[in-house]
Design a protein around this ligand. Structure first.
Ligand code: GAR
Length: 208
């Protein structure tokens, strides 16, 4: 009997270093219960698209602006996800908020990586470099990253994994962002994806 594998879609908007961490983790066998079968970018210029091309992963570009609004944007996303029989949707630097209708449709099937220790520096308006700017402004000595399920509350879903990273005296937002990525995001995102994939596969096996 061939082993079941969870089909992963990765949604991106920017550089795609988290996408790369997932690709590398799959190659190294850290992700063994899942396979990245689709990359969707909300931005045609995102370097993440180059990474998908380089790896031969099917990709599509769905821009909210070109769709003229949230409803058509989400309709197109849903169509790509369902056409490709996706089991798990990974938001890896995906800079678009999803509606409650969308998140409810894929309950416990969407996960996100956020560059802080939730519940600090999260929610509406906290994304990318802004998160690290806010952490430095507050003067926290420890920050980190969180992987969580996505529900209707921005950054409010159940936490799957977190990892702390020390703030250094001479940190700039850029330096801190890079260290949080390297020491936390690129480690816990693949680990969390493997955890959720293995649970999905265990469920499927119970049902078959
Ligand atoms: C990452 O730091 C990710 O955690 C953050 O954007 C960056 C994307 O980098 N996401 C958010 O802020 C979402 N709220 P990448 O494109 O190189 O993976």
């Amino acid at each position: 009997m061939t082993k079941k594998i969870a089909r992963i879609a990765v949604l991106v908007s920017g550089g795609g270093t988290n996408l790369q961490a997932l690709i590398d983790a799959e190659k190294r066998g850290v992700i063994k219960n899942g396979e990245i079968v689709l990359v969707v970018s909300s931005n045609s210029q995102a370097f993440a698209v180059e990474r998908a091309k380089r790896e031969g992963i099917p990709f599509s570009i769905i821009s909210k602006k070109d769709c003229g609004g949230q409803e058509i944007f989400e309709k197109k996303l849903i169509s790509e996800i369902e056409k490709n029989n996706i089991d798990i949707i990974v938001l890896a630097g995906f800079m678009c908020i999803l509606s409650p209708e969308f998140t409810r449709r894929f309950e416990k099937r969407i996960i996100n990586v956020h560059p802080s220790l939730i519940p600090s520096f999260c929610g509406k308006g906290f994304y990318g470099l802004k998160v690290h700017e806010a952490a430095l402004k507050k003067g926290v000595k420890v920050t980190g990253a969180t992987v969580h399920f996505v529900n209707e509350i921005p950054d409010g879903g159940e936490i799957i994994m977190q990892k702390a990273v020390n703030v250094r005296e001479k940190d700039t937002p850029e330096k801190l962002q890079k260290r949080v990525m390297r020491l936390a995001e690129w480690k816990i995102l693949p680990a969390a994806v493997e955890k959720v994939c293995s649970e999905i596969i265990a469920d499927k096996e119970k049902q078959s």
